[in-house]
Design a protein around this ligand. Structure first.
Ligand code: GTP
Ligand code: MG
Length: 389
């Protein structure tokens, strides 16, 4: 980014720090959600139609479990069946219809079943808390991508800070609504992680920080016995062949999907008194950028730098790949719109529904945000920064 940016970044960092507490979830947030989960889970077996065998569980995914949620977010849940028992008869669509009747009979409000969606789902509101909830059936990849995002959130406090601010900005600008044709929260978090894996290495762009230091590594390419050393790209690619596999069967496509990623035991830096030192925290610490600097650079990167026309954004690769390759391998349409590969369902474009008009609108929002930072830097912000030297 141009060198005027550090002038505004300090003020932004301060503002972000004062705004963050209001964006983070309250103490009660998780307990409230856990109570709702338990209450709804208790409805599942025995009492309803015999669709759900004993041992059927309800599990939380999405922002209530990925460390990027807040009190206003919906509660995403999915039904999982016990390993030992055969899958219950009937399609997930039929199970969703059975679930909808069960929920309605037990006092849940505004129950809407979508049994024919790509991922069949039932939506409802829990009357006690007013929480908007949804339930899908056997969605193991969503549980895994929730855990992957959670693991990235633990790398460094700046990951969460940037992600919360970006979600806040996207909501304020009304470009965070997948059913309205803009982008899901999931897509924004993947954009944040891609930026932190790549372009964040050049932030801050001052001569005294010339080292190449991304803020987060590629967790899908780190071996379980990672020693915290910097691995170059070739080493990482070679390492990938020896990585353990963690296979999950895709509920729709039927094939096994590798969902391995590196996880670290809780560390002292992450608030665990008896934990080890965090190798991930040490990795991130080599990047000295403030959250304000990262936010300005994030806007700059998606305004001017990311090559939407030729590249698919890939957190799995810690970078990007050519659109032509994705078209050959997975039949993706070649166009100039934002394309984001799912970290596990690699054939799936997280932004496949994005139309040209919305794509352009979102890019304009990035450019507007960046332009505001520049204006601020050249106006009052520059004067203040000048006075501070
Ligand atoms: P908020 O509810 O807006 O706070 O965010 P969220 O993190 O819950 O995101 P969202 O509602 O967009 O999605 C919920 C979860 O569904 C995500 O965390 C993912 O696990 C999963 N998900 C959402 N969109 C996709 C997608 O396009 N592909 C895949 N594989 N999973 C998705
Ligand atoms: Mg959600």
């Amino acid at each position: 980014p141009p060198s005027i940016l550090p002038k505004v970044a300090n003020a932004l960092t301060e503002e972000i720090e004062s705004l963050l507490p209001a964006l983070l979830p309250s103490q009660a947030c998780f307990q409230t959600r856990e109570n709702v989960r338990e209450r709804v889970e208790a409805l599942l077996p025995s009492r309803g139609p015999t669709t759900f065998p004993d041992g059927t569980r309800l599990r939380v995914f999405g922002s209530s479990a990925n460390n990027f949620g807040n009190d206003a977010a919906d509660l995403d849940m999915c039904v999982t069946f016990p390993d030992s028992s055969p899958l219950p008869a009937g399609s997930s669509g039929e199970m969703i219809e059975a679930l909808a009747s069960l929920l309605e009979a037990n006092g849940m409000e505004d129950v809407v079943a979508r049994p024919t969606a790509r991922i069949p789902i039932v939506l409802f509101r829990e009357p006690g808390t007013g929480l908007d909830c949804d339930i899908s059936v056997e969605n193991p990849l969503a549980l895994r991508n929730t855990q992957l995002l959670h693991e990235y959130s633990r790398v460094d406090p700046r990951v969460r800070a940037l992600a919360y601010i970006v979600k806040h900005w996207a909501r304020a600008r009304k470009i965070n609504n997948a059913s309205g044709g803009t982008l899901s929260s999931y897509a924004y978090i993947l954009m944040v992680l891609h930026f932190l894996q790549t372009a964040a290495a050049a932030v801050p762009s001052t001569p005294d920080t010339p080292c190449y230091a991304p803020l987060v590594p590629n967790l899908q390419l780190l071996p379980p016995d990672w020693k915290g050393n910097e691995m170059d790209r070739r080493e990482q690619m070679q390492g990938q062949r020896q990585l353990p596999r963690q296979l999950v069967t895709h509920p729709l496509e039927g094939m096994d999907v590798d969902t391995y990623f590196y996880t670290e035991p809780p560390s002292e830096e992450q608030g665990q008194p008896n934990g080890q030192r965090s190798l991930l925290r040490e990795y991130a610490a080599r990047n000295k950028a403030s959250v304000g600097e990262l936010l300005v650079a994030f806007f700059w990167y998606y305004s001017w730098e990311f090559d939407y026309r030729d590249l698919v954004l890939s957190v799995r690769l810690g970078g990007a790949m050519k659109k032509e390759r994705k078209a050959e391998e997975d039949g993706w349409a070649v166009n100039s719109r934002l394309a984001i590969e799912d970290p596990f369902e690699t054939w799936y474009n997280v932004t496949h529904f994005l139309k040209e008009g919305k794509h352009r609108h979102i890019r304009q929002e990035f450019a507007r945000a960046y332009a505001l930072c520049v204006e601020e830097a050249m106006g009052e912000g520059a004067t203040e920064a000048g006075a501070e030297g």
